[in-house]
Write a protein that binds this ligand. Structure first.
Ligand SMILES: *Cc1c(COP(=O)(O)O)cnc(C)c1O
Length: 428
């Protein structure tokens, strides 16, 4: 069996039919924005490998930090033991995050960071004597991961609710904020959709531990950008009803939307924040759930007293070292300039798509470029064409989109835009 035959015969791939996995590329090297196949074919990674590799692949500062850590200690348990990589990363994160977000729980993936956030919210509510608050509210069009509880707050239509309906706990779904980022805000609660939040909080607020959502940019649930004022109002309303606010910045964190964190577009600080994906610059898996002194203290002083979570590979030193080096890159490079140059160029080069048949919308924010089609897009077409266009794209749902590494050159970005347009046109 060739390696690809073995892969097709034995390995599961994400969201893929095990019997018909479609076109598959054997990657032997990833460097900068480039992926190289076993036969030497090169493709630009316009996905930043699921939005993580913001500084490009195999960044020498990050791999160097990992090698140094590897020589010292790839891993030790975090129960009762600690290490400098975790401490350094904690210092760096606290410096980057808004004042007050300063209690950090490390975990190994975004979905787990969400599980931890939801657990924190319920434990905090219990600690406050609000033991009946075990449910969650969220907005439609969201995505928060694939583990069981995270799945229950993903969009009920685009997500996996259909498949697992009997097994998922019921949460409260509000309509997606209707006013888009580029539209004018309206205080009319029927137009901005906040009436439904007010109704929910009045009728069921006493059962709700937290409102969880992706601030401003909804990623895998549909690549939708909504008005930041919605967040400000929703945050005030939740406060008034003792409902915690959880921001999932796993996709949006570390500059992707043009601000360091998407919450900065709204100037809102949540009670609990989830980070992941680009935290290590796409070099190794790591996530974090960060909360305030108030929430941490509440849990610590409660009868339960401990947060009931502790992944085996919590605060893995290798991953923490990679994250430290990745955050250092953000501080030494002009990521803001890079992202805004990408934004401007994509606004120009994707806009011709507006006039093509089958296109519903074109939108760009920071280093995110989206062409939304009226019908579902078959990702296997993009996969099969990638070697010819030299651009790796993985459309989902009705969206052909890119989230390139911030270090992409303007020529390379033009190739990405061309490849997206050629998919829209259905070029053979
Ligand atoms: C990817 C993602 C997750 C899940 O992260 P994993 O590391 O895949 O478990 C959660 N929330 C958002 C917004 C994401 O984009």
């Amino acid at each position: 069996m060739t390696p690809l035959e073995f892969d097709a015969r034995h390995l599961w791939h994400p969201y893929t039919n095990v019997l018909d996995p479609g076109p598959m590329h054997l990657i032997t090297q990833a460097e900068g924005v480039w992926l190289t196949r076993d036969d030497g074919v090169r493709m630009i990674d316009a996905m930043s490998s699921w939005w993580c590799a913001v500084h490009g692949h195999g960044h020498p500062a990050i791999t160097g930090a990992m090698q140094a850590q590897l020589a010292q200690m790839p891993h030790v348990m975090f129960g009762g033991l600690t290490h400098e990589a975790a401490i350094d990363l904690g210092r760096k994160l606290i410096e980057l995050l808004p004042a007050g977000m300063d209690r950090i729980f490390y975990s190994d993936s975004g979905s787990v960071a969400i599980e931890v956030a939801l657990k924190m919210a319920v434990q905090y509510q219990m600690a406050m004597g609000r033991t009946e608050r075990t449910q969650f509210a969220t907005i439609r069009g969201g995505y928060h991961g694939d583990t069981w509880k995270a799945m229950s707050v993903c969009d009920p239509v685009n997500g996996m609710h259909g498949l697992f309906s009997g097994a998922l706990s019921i949460q409260h779904f509000l309509p997606r904020p209707q006013i888009a980022l580029d539209q004018d805000w309206s205080e009319d609660g029927e137009i901005n959709g906040l009436d439904s939040l007010e109704q929910l909080l009045s009728s069921d607020g006493h059962r709700i531990a937290a409102l969880i959502l992706e601030p401003v940019v909804q990623g895998a649930g549909g690549m939708y950008f909504y008005h930041p004022t919605w967040l400000q109002r929703a945050h005030e309303m939740c406060r008034a009803h003792d409902v915690l606010v959880v921001f999932d910045e796993i996709a949006t964190g570390f500059g992707r939307t043009g601000e360091l964190f998407a919450m900065h577009h709204a100037g809102v600080v949540p009670d609990i924040l989830c980070l992941g994906k680009a935290l290590t610059g796409g070099h190794i898996t790591l996530a974090a759930t960060v909360t305030s002194e108030t929430v941490a203290r509440g849990i610590g002083e409660s009868a339960a007293s401990v947060l009931m979570h502790g992944p085996t590979y919590m605060a893995n030193p290798l991953a923490c070292a990679a994250a430290c080096a990745s955050l250092d890159q953000l501080s030494v490079r002009d990521w803001r300039g890079e992202v805004s140059a990408i934004e401007k160029q994509m606004q120009q080069e994707l806009s011709p798509a507006r006039d093509l048949p089958g296109v519903a919308d074109v939108r760009v924010l920071g280093a995110i470029g989206v062409i939304e089609m009226t019908d579902r897009v078959d990702p296997s077409i993009a996969h099969a064409r990638a070697p010819d266009t030299g651009v790796w794209l993985r459309p989902f749902g009705r969206n052909i989109y890119c989230m390139p590494p911030y270090v992409i050159s303007s020529d390379e970005l033009s190739r990405v835009a061309d490849a997206m347009l050629s998919l829209v046109r259905g070029d053979a």
